[in-house]
Ligand binder design. Structure first.
Ligand code: F6P
Length: 363
């Protein structure tokens, strides 16, 4: 191996920069490889738009959220929107252009930092013979192949701080406050942040809810001398009767509706059945993804980056770095993604110990 290329795809996630830094430093200082980074994810690979990564460029990004390589969400080169020559657009498989660019640039290994969508393309490039290493990225922590992903702890900790802060104001006014947290398909962030922040109710996509049950929980707290309730609402939580909230179409998602605004809808519906409480809602949205990463994610990013370099050195291509039972291991892209269009997802088990613990705590 003489030269490696990095790219980050999909939504940014705390820890991406720390992984970019780790791989760049170890690649250059330990292995003497050249490192480039395609910018804007696969779009950069298509346009052969890259930057050279050097130790001085990455030194200070050890705790910085986001990605210095930027990212793009919908640029799948196997199904890419190109000009049709008649002023319109057409979808085409342009992955050969990416493969050619890698050859032209003398890149031996492509290191892909991404979640299920981005890793699905990584699997497809691997099937085309490209030496690919995947470094899983999701602040939702919903990838099956790894116990934990960098970014989750930072995002969840910020979510916890929101819940914490809402407690004192909710308590002062005897209010119910619904706090919407990210998690379109998986409820990990809301469940962790809700439990950590002592939310009275947690709504997650895996366990559909009814307004009546939330009202009952609020009433129970009232009767226990706790006339205020903070509710952690995962953005993808679902009404048991199928009621939809204000949604937004997200075409490249397995669930094409994004329920941004769910906390506001729940608050409206709830206020009608608990007239003795004022109900408010907040949606921190992307705030939980931004800012500095916490110490644990810095370490995790170093471990993931170091393992990626070791895998390159050993020629373990077509694999994704995984944390399993405390050890850094790897899993094949074929296993991580399978034949699914969007990869497999690790959802909260409604009968798992975390949900049981929450229930035992009265949540
Ligand atoms: O997958 C990460 C995530 O932050 C989800 O929790 C959230 O639903 C989604 O991305 C938001 O996407 P976007 O940044 O495209 O609005």
């Amino acid at each position: 191996v003489k030269k490696i290329a990095l790219l980050s795809g999909g939504g940014d996630c705390p820890g991406l920069n720390a992984v970019i830094r780790t791989i760049t430093k170890i690649a250059i200082e330990k292995y003497n490889w050249e490192v480039i980074g395609f910018v804007y994810g696969y779009r950069g690979l298509y346009n052969n738009n890259y930057v050279e990564l050097t130790v001085d460029k990455v030194e200070d990004i050890y705790k910085e959220g986001g990605t210095i390589l930027y990212s793009s969400n919908k640029d799948n080169l196997f199904d890419y929107l190109v000009d049709d020559g008649n002023g319109g657009k057409v979808r085409k498989d342009v992955s050969d252009v990416g493969v050619e660019n890698l050859k032209k640039d003398g890149v031996d290994v492509l290191v892909v930092l991404g979640g299920d969508g981005t890793l699905t393309s990584a699997r497809d490039f691997s099937r085309k013979g490209v030496n690919v290493i995947g470094v899983p990225k999701t602040m939702d922590n919903d990838l099956t192949s790894t116990d934990l992903t960098y970014g989750f702890i930072s995002a969840m900790s910020v979510g916890t701080e929101f819940i914490d802060r809402l407690q004192t104001t909710a308590k002062s006014h005897h209010r119910v406050i619904c706090c919407e947290l990210m998690g379109r398909e998986a409820g990990w962030i809301s469940l962790y942040a809700g439990l950590a922040g002592n939310a009275g109710v947690v709504l997650i996509p895996e366990i559909p809810f009814t307004i009546e049950n939330i009202a009952k929980a609020v009433k129970k707290r009232d009767e226990a001398g706790l006339p205020y309730t903070v509710i952690a609402v995962a953005e993808g939580a679902k009404y048991a009767d199928g009621t939809k909230s204000i949604g937004k179409i997200v075409e490249d998602s397995p669930d094409p509706i994004r329920y941004s605004g769910l906390a506001a809808k729940v608050a409206d519906d709830l206020e009608k059945v608990i007239p003795n409480h004022e109900v408010r809602s907040v949606n921190p949205g992307h705030i939980i993804r931004g800012g500095d990463i916490d110490a644990y994610d810095r370490i995790l990013s170093i471990r993931f980056g170091n393992k990626a370099c070791a895998m390159i050195d050993e020629g373990l291509f077509g694999n994704v770095v995984s944390l399993k039972g405390g050890n850094m291991e790897y899993t094949s892209l074929e296993e991580v993604i399978g034949d699914a269009k969007f990869g497999k997802q690790k959802l909260v088990d409604p009968n798992g110990d975390l949900v049981q613990a929450a229930k035992a705590m009265g949540v």
